[in-house]
Design a protein around this ligand. Structure first.
Ligand code: ATP
Ligand code: MG
Length: 430
C-alpha cells in the first residue's frame, strides 16, 4: 500500500509526491514534496548523494517523484518535526513549467483546470461539496427516499422551448434535459412516493453572470403526501440545514483557516414572504416598484435580500406564491386565488438556489395550464400528461443547484470556481 506523508513513521520509508519547492544551499538541498495529506522535507547532503541532488535540482515544480530513504525526527524542521534523508529518487513524471500562476485570470486558469485544482484550497471546495451532498443523501435515506437515475437525452422538451439544447439522435430530434421534472413526476405516478435525482442539467442560455452555467449539477426531490407548498418548503429547509451542519462539523475549521469563511448553520424555520408581500416591500421599503404579476429581476433580488438580512439577520429566505404567469405549467394554482401558485424560490445570500412547488397532478387541469402557456397539450400527452391519467397522488418537490449553493456557502466570486469543470456559452473545454 502506498504511504501518505502524514502516516509516515520514522525509519526506512518509501513515499510518492509532487515536488513543491527546492531550496539550494551550499552543501545541502532542502526539497519539499507534498501529497493530499501534507508536506514533507527531504534533506539532501550534496556530497554524500550527488546524483540525487542533481536529479532534484533539474526538476520543475509539480514533477511527481518517488523517494526511498530514512525518515528521522528533527524537532527544528517545521513540517511535522521530521525529515527524510533519501537513498533513492525516481522521477515518475517530470513537469514542464506551469503555464498559470497566482496572477492568471480565472479563464486562463480554467484552460489548465487540472493544474489550477492542485491548490489544496481549491480541493477543499470539492471536499465541502462531497460532505454536503453526502449529508443530504443520508437525510433523505433516513426518510425513505429512493434515489433514481434518469437519462439526460429526451425526445421531449422538459420546460418550454427556450433554452434547450437540441441534439442529433440518429434520424430524430432529441433534447438535453432542462430539468428532471418529468422523470420525478413519473416516479410519483409509479408509486415511489419519495424520490430524489442527482443529475446534470442543461440550459442553452447565453448568460454571463456569476451564477449561470450551461450545464450544472442538479439535486432534485419529489414526494407525495403534499397538501400545500409549505410541506415542500419544510422538507427543504431541514435538508439544507442538515447539509450545512455536516459541513460545519466536519470541515468548518479548515474552511475558516484556509478559505477565511465562516460556515453558518442556518436557524429553522427560514423566513418566508409571499410575492404579494414582496411587491409591497419593494415598493414601500426599497423604492423599486414592480407591477403585480412580474417576476423578480436581479435588482429586485438584491434589494429584497438586503432588506431581509437587515430585518431578520438570516442568510436564507423563501419567497412563495408566485404569479401563475411566471411559473411553469406544472405548478398548482392556489384554490382561493388562481392568479397565484403554490410555488416558491429559496434565496441564499442574494441568489436563488431552488425553485419548488406543489405540482398539478390532475391531467385535465394540467392540459388546460399547458394550453394557457401557448403550448398544444397534444404534443405533451405522451411522455407527460399521460402520467396523470392512470392515478397519481398529489405531490410536490424542488430542484436545487449544487454548484450555486457551493459558490454561496464558500463566498466564491463565481460559479466557475465551484464547478470541477465549468461549462458556459464560451467554454466547452477541457
Ligand atoms: P435563474 O432564474 O437564476 O436563471 P431558474 O429559475 O431558471 O434560475 P430553475 O429552473 O428554477 O432555475 O432551476 C432550479 C435551480 O437550479 C435554480 O434555483 C438554481 O439553483 C439552479 N440553476 C438554474 N439555472 C442554472 C444555471 N444556468 N447554472 C447553474 N445553476 C442553475
Ligand atoms: Mg427558478
Amino acid at each position: 500500500m502506498e504511504q501518505k506523508i502524514k502516516d509516515l513513521k520514522v525509519g526506512e520509508v518509501e513515499v510518492e509526491g509532487w515536488l513543491d519547492r527546492v531550496r539550494d544551499q551550499k552543501s545541502m538541498l532542502f526539497v519539499i514534496i507534498k501529497d493530499r495529506s501534507g508536506k514533507l522535507q527531504i534533506t539532501v547532503e550534496k556530497e554524500k548523494t550527488p546524483e540525487i541532488a542533481k536529479t532534484l535540482t533539474s526538476l520543475m515544480t509539480d514533477s511527481f517523484i518517488r523517494v526511498k530513504g530514512l525518515l528521522v525526527e528533527s524537532p527544528c524542521v517545521k513540517l511535522g518535526g521530521v525529515e527524510l534523508y533519501p537513498t533513492e529518487v525516481e522521477v515518475l513524471s517530470s513537469a514542464k513549467v506551469s503555464p498559470i500562476g497566482e496572477e492568471s485570470s480565472i479563464d486562463q486558469r480554467l484552460d489548465y483546470r487540472w493544474i489550477d485544482l492542485r491548490d489544496s484550497k481549491k480541493r477543499l471546495i470539492f471536499e465541502v461539496q462531497t460532505i454536503f451532498v453526502h449529508a443530504m443523501r443520508k437525510f433523505l435515506m433516513e426518510r425513505d427516499f429512493i434515489e433514481v437515475h434518469c437519462p439526460t437525452i429526451s425526445g421531449q422538451e422538459s420546460e418550454s422551448g427556450a433554452g434547450v439544447f437540441e441534439v442529433k439522435y440518429f434520424d430524430q430530434k432529441a433534447y438535453l434535459i432542462q430539468s428532471p421534472q418529468f422523470y420525478k413526476q413519473m416516479a410519483i405516478a409509479s408509486g415511489f412516493e419519495k424520490v430524489f435525482i442527482a443529475t446534470p442539467i442543461y440550459r442553452a442560455e447565453k448568460s454571463f453572470t456569476k451564477q449561470h452555467a450551461t450545464e450544472f449539477s442538479g439535486f432534485d426531490l419529489e414526494f407525495s403526501g403534499v397538501k400545500d407548498v409549505e410541506d415542500v418548503m419544510k422538507m427543504e429547509e431541514e435538508l439544507i440545514e442538515a447539509g450545512i451542519r455536516a459541513v460545519k462539523e466536519k470541515l468548518g475549521d479548515r474552511v475558516k483557516a484556509e478559505l477565511g469563511v465562516d460556515i453558518v448553520v442556518p436557524k429553522l424555520p427560514f423566513p418566508r414572504l409571499t410575492m404579494k408581500e414582496v411587491y409591497e416591500i419593494l415598493d414601500e421599503e426599497c423604492d423599486y416598484p414592480l407591477d403585480e404579476g412580474d417576476d423578480l429581476d436581479r435588482e429586485a433580488e438584491k434589494l429584497l435580500t438586503e432588506y431581509m438580512q437587515k430585518k431578520t439577520g438570516h442568510q436564507f429566505f423563501f419567497v412563495k406564491e408566485y404569479p401563475a404567469g411566471v411559473r411553469p405549467f406544472y405548478s398548482m394554482k392556489k384554490e382561493d386565488d388562481p392568479e397565484y401558485t403554490k410555488t416558491y424560490d429559496l434565496y441564499f445570500k442574494d441568489v436563488e438556489i431552488t425553485s419548488g412547488a406543489q405540482r398539478e397532478h390532475r391531467a385535465d387541469i394540467l392540459a388546460e395550464q399547458i394550453r394557457e402557456k401557448g403550448i398544444d397539450p397534444k404534443t405533451m400527452e405522451e411522455g407527460y400528461i399521460d402520467f396523470f391519467k392512470y392515478g397519481c397522488p398529489p405531490h410536490g418537490g424542488f430542484g436545487l443547484g449544487l454548484d450555486r449553493i457551493t459558490m454561496l456557502l464558500l463566498d466564491l466570486p463565481t460559479i466557475k470556481e465551484a464547478m470541477f469543470v465549468f461549462r458556459g456559452p464560451d467554454r466547452i473545454k477541457p
